[in-house]
Ligand binder design. Structure first.
Ligand code: 6PG
Length: 469
């Protein structure tokens, strides 16, 4: 076989199959590989033109079909499988070939793999791909990092297949090493935060305003035409309208309230802790998935404690409060994720341009949202913006939304409705905008019991006091 295929893809699951079909749709010849012959045959059939798209279960046939330097993307589960696939490929590759990991790999794994492969003359880089199965087929947001020259060889393909925002491709080279995987990890952390907030607002509307599924559907649909316009608000609206296919009624009411996770949100939180960057709206979203999993314990505990009877709010009023509180909490969640990216950029020398990050998130990915237009402007005005909360783009909007967040958080506390995403966002805001926090007391305590020393407001230096005197 002639080595004429422009692009190779390993892992023909739903994401891989859709991505490779997207590549072929954009007039690149693409070759797939999977050990499962059913997946290989399904791709050949769907591709419907073996000149443009072909596949094999044999890795040698796959490698030999690709033009040089070979561009091979992996869309396989993160972890050991990525290493196993690289081990299989390695003896078959030539110097300057390129391997792109399109999965949600942990960023330090990407650095390790890139270093090991660089020694062998192979370019390896991570490229986060967001947008789920549909995105992969019709245009995902792609977040590549790594060696810039290697990326430039893949750039025409990625720019063609990516989502477009007003004609601009939602892909850009983000920075060296694992920059792409890191940005995708934080994207997912933000995704967790936004999902938690949308679910709390649903709970509030239902419990506080007796919203039916139809009203919820209408309300989220309406919000999706305003400043809350986003993929997550749009699909939430559609979810409320979905009939159950097994029983009467809407499907949402039959789904078990235990949320699973694959780990990327948790990694975001863990790494934020390592960096010393507070991301409480993301942390709590991870904790809530964990708490939701304790269903059996929750059932027992629910019988031990009475909940306050819920005092209802007028539906129109509640809808307005909810829109503002949701906008507020969404902005705060993006603010936290982006401040983590700003810090990680320094710590890991990624040299990220957060305006570009915001721009490539405007279409294709799960956290695409109208808010990102303002976020991109905020970073274009100030590349080193430490936090969205101090950007002119947001100050007035946040000022006018915060009171609704306060009212709803207080309402939730009074009526026993858990709103941890909203309240963590509000607490973050209140702490971040407080000139003097009570942490002077913590410094005093640390010095009291451990001689850990403290600094003073009124003079420079490090101090210690013999408190027991
Ligand atoms: C995306 C998503 C995707 C992620 C799923 C599942 O950007 O397309 O972030 O990469 O894997 O959303 O994540 P959890 O199973 O952890 O919820």
């Amino acid at each position: 076989m002639k080595s004429t295929f422009d692009f190779g893809l390993i892992g023909l699951g739903v994401m891989g199959r859709n991505f490779i079909l997207n590549v072929a749709d954009n007039n690149f010849k693409a070759y797939g590989h999977d050990l499962d012959d059913k997946k290989v045959n399904a791709l050949k059939e769907e591709g419907n033109n073996l000149e443009k798209i072909d596949a094999s279960t044999n890795i040698e046939t796959f490698v030999n079909a690709l033009s040089m330097p070979r561009k091979i993307m992996l869309l396989v589960p993160a972890g050991k499988i990525v290493d196993a696939v690289i081990d299989d490929l390695l003896p078959l590759l030539d110097k300057d070939d390129i391997i792109i990991d399109g999965g949600n790999s942990f960023f330090t794994d990407t650095d390790r793999r890139a270093d090991a492969l660089a020694d062998k003359g192979i370019h390896f880089f991570g490229a986060g791909v967001s947008g789920g199965a549909k995105g992969a087929r019709l245009g995902p947001s792609i977040m590549p990092g790594g060696n810039r020259e290697a990326y430039n060889k893949v750039k025409p393909i990625f720019e063609a297949v990516s989502a477009k925002y007003k004609g601009e491709p939602c892909v850009a080279y983000l920075g060296p090493k694992s920059a792409g995987n890191y940005v995708k990890m934080v994207h997912n952390g933000i995704e967790y935060g936004l999902m938690q907030i949308t679910s709390e607002i649903y709970d509030l509307l239902k419990k506080g305003g007796d919203f039916t599924n139809e009203q919820l559907h209408q309300t989220y649909a309406k919000w999706n035409t305003g400043r809350l316009q986003s993929f997550l608000v749009q699909i939430t609206s559609e979810i409320f309208a979905q009939n159950d296919h097994l029983e009467d009624g809407k499907l949402i009411d039959k789904i078990l309230d235990k949320a699973k996770q694959k780990g990327t949100g948790k990694w975001t939180s863990q790494n934020a802790m390592d960096l010393g960057i507070p991301v409480p709206s993301i942390d709590i979203a991870v904790s809530m998935r964990e708490l939701s999993a304790l269903k059996n314990e929750r059932i027992i505990a629910a019988n031990l404690y009475e909940k306050p009877s819920i005092e209802k709010i007028d539906a129109e009023k509640l809808e307005k409060l909810a829109e503002e509180a949701m906008y507020f909490s969404f902005v705060i969640t993006y603010a936290q994720g982006l401040s983590q990216l700003a810090d990680a950029s320094k710590e890991y020398a990624y040299d990220l341009d957060l305006e570009i990050v915001a721009k490539i998130w405007r279409a294709g990915c799960i956290i695409r949202a109208e808010i990102l237009t303002d976020i991109a402007i905020a970073f274009s005005v100030d590349k080193d913006l430490p936090n969205l909360l101090v950007s002119k783009q947001f100050v007035d909007k946040i000022r006018s939304a915060v009171s609704s967040a306060r009212q709803l958080v207080a309402y939730g506390a009074k009526n026993g409705i858990p709103l941890p995403g909203l309240s963590n966002s509000l607490t973050y805001f209140d702490a971040y905008t407080t000139n003097k926090l009570p942490l002077n007391l913590i410094q005093a305590q640390r010095d009291y019991f451990g001689s850990h020393t403290y600094e003073r407001l009124d003079r420079d230096g490090i101090f210690h006091t013999e408190w027991s005197d």
